[in-house]
Design a binder for this molecule. Structure first.
Ligand SMILES: Cc1cc2nc3c(=O)[nH]c(=O)nc-3n(C[C@H](O)[C@H](O)[C@H](O)COP(=O)(O)OP(=O)(O)OC[C@H]3O[C@@H](n4cnc5c(N)ncnc54)[C@H](O)[C@@H]3O)c2cc1C
Length: 410
């Protein structure tokens, strides 16, 4: 195993010409994670000059996202991203499954089977989306970010400059635009310059600890789960072959060993994401030691041979910024449109999180590990309906695929 995760690989710096030398652009994007890069690509394709500043030396390599809900496939296709993504990823057509740690699954959802059952029963369904838009693309978010960066470099290098080791250290709303301060300071070297960039808009795509959100004085509302932490471990082990698991998502239901197990891409490397007590030490040595007990519990009793690639602990939080926009400072969105459209689109994304993502993730967490009598009864009923009522099962899966109502990509 390389490191616990969270390290970065230095990406090739672009030559310092044109946009790469500029201190002003239409849009400054803060953060070269998947969201910042996809936004920069989208802006660049439309000829909108964009500077991306990223505080690390390269794309972050922590074990994080591995699957992207089909709701985004149509947009990725419109950007010409689906074909290159298909070549680098694993495509799953299975739905979710719920299982005990060992033994028969409680629920295994095959969307195609459910559709056939409904059609047989004479239920009228809308025409299915094209094959390439309906599957789950599975690829680690660091590899996905590499792919987006390559697309930027190939398709719009004259409009987009991605600058690593350039943290955002200040923001100022000024008439008609924004100022964003960065610095070329690197650890161990005392000589440095602070650099002020200007743009019409700045978009904070700098993650959960967003500096942009903090500089704009936008509170992060909600709460952090303090009764558990979870650990994301990537392991070389073929759960499909050894345990007949689905590639896309296996929710392990257990008060202690609750987990999510899913494939991370074309290689047979699986993500084992398991819950831990919050007061356990999270230094590298302790994490590794505990993983030697925890990971084998999920493997087949007849084959415990696995290799750990990377591992990282996380706190879960149910938080959302109070607003996604303050003047020309945005926390997400396609910044090239007039302000009223931007406000509506940002508000629809906030609503989607509050009304769909937030309650769905909380319900699923409780379904995995709660020993509460009422929640256990709800879980049993949920599994019963998933197995016996195809319309309910499709509806539950569609929750994750809901399209945003007020979006300018649609
Ligand atoms: C274990 C785990 C599994 C997950 N699985 C999934 C999944 O399967 N599917 C899914 O859709 N989501 C998943 N997620 C959530 C997903 O990882 C996040 O939604 C995603 O990373 C958000 O991308 P982002 O680009 O907004 O932010 P990030 O990926 O956090 O990127 C932010 C970037 O901003 C940079 N940055 C931070 N501060 C500054 C600054 N001051 N100046 C400049 N740059 C800065 C950071 O270095 C980083 O590169 C998972 C998360 C975890 C932890």
């Amino acid at each position: 195993m390389g490191s616990l995760g969270g390290s970065s690989r230095t990406n090739g710096q672009q030559p310092q010409t044109g946009i790469n030398n500029a201190t002003t652009a239409d849009v400054i994007v803060v953060g070269a994670g998947p969201v910042g890069l996809i936004l920069a690509l989208k802006l660049g394709i439309q000829g909108i000059s964009t500077i991306v500043i990223e505080k690390h030396a390269g794309i972050l390599r922590a074990p994080r996202a591995i699957a992207y809900m089909p709701v985004v496939n149509k947009q990725l296709k419109a950007m010409g991203m689906l074909e290159p993504l298909a070549k680098r990823s694993y495509q799953s057509r299975f739905g979710p499954s719920w299982r005990p740690v060992q033994g028969e699954a409680y629920v295994e959802c095959h969307p195609k089977e459910k559709v056939e059952q409904l059609l047989k029963a004479g239920v009228k369904l809308p025409p299915p989306p094209p094959e390439d838009e309906s599957c789950l693309y599975m690829i680690g978010q660091d590899d996905f970010s590499d792919l987006i960066l390559e697309q930027i470099q190939q398709r719009c290098p004259e409009h987009v400059s991605v600058r690593f080791q350039r943290p955002c250290i200040g923001i100022n709303n000024v008439p008609g635009g924004v100022e964003v301060m960065t610095t070329d300071k690197v650890p161990g070297i005392h000589q440095y310059n602070d650099i002020v960039l200007t743009a019409k808009y700045v978009v904070g795509c700098d993650g959960a600890q967003s500096a942009v959100r903090q500089y704009a004085c936008i509170p992060f509302e909600g709460f952090t789960w303090t009764n558990f932490r979870f650990t994301a471990a990537d392991v070389e082990y073929d759960f499909q072959k050894e345990k007949n698991y689905f590639p896309g998502g296996n929710f392990i239901v257990d008060p202690n060993d609750w987990a999510l197990i899913a494939r991370t891409g074309p290689e047979t490397v699986f993500r084992v994401c398991y819950g831990e007590k919050p007061d356990l030490p999270d230094d590298e040595a302790s994490m590794l030691e505990r993983s030697k007990q925890r990971i084998p519990a999920f493997l087949s009793p007849t084959n415990k041979d696995y290799k750990l690639r990377r591992l990282k602990p996380y706190w879960a939080q149910q938080r959302c910024a109070q607003t996604f926009q303050k003047g020309r400072i945005l926390l997400i969105g396609d910044a090239a449109h007039p302000e009223d459209i931007i406000s509506r689109a940002l508000e629809s994304r906030r609503k989607a999180w509050l009304e769909v993502a937030n309650p769905t993730s909380t319900a699923n967490y409780l379904r995995l590990c709660s020993t509460d009598k009422d929640i256990s009864a709800t879980r049993t009923e949920f599994f019963r309906k998933m197995n016996t009522d195809p319309a309910f099962a499709l509806g539950a899966m569609a929750e994750q695929y809901k399209l945003l109502p007020d979006t300018f990509e649609g």
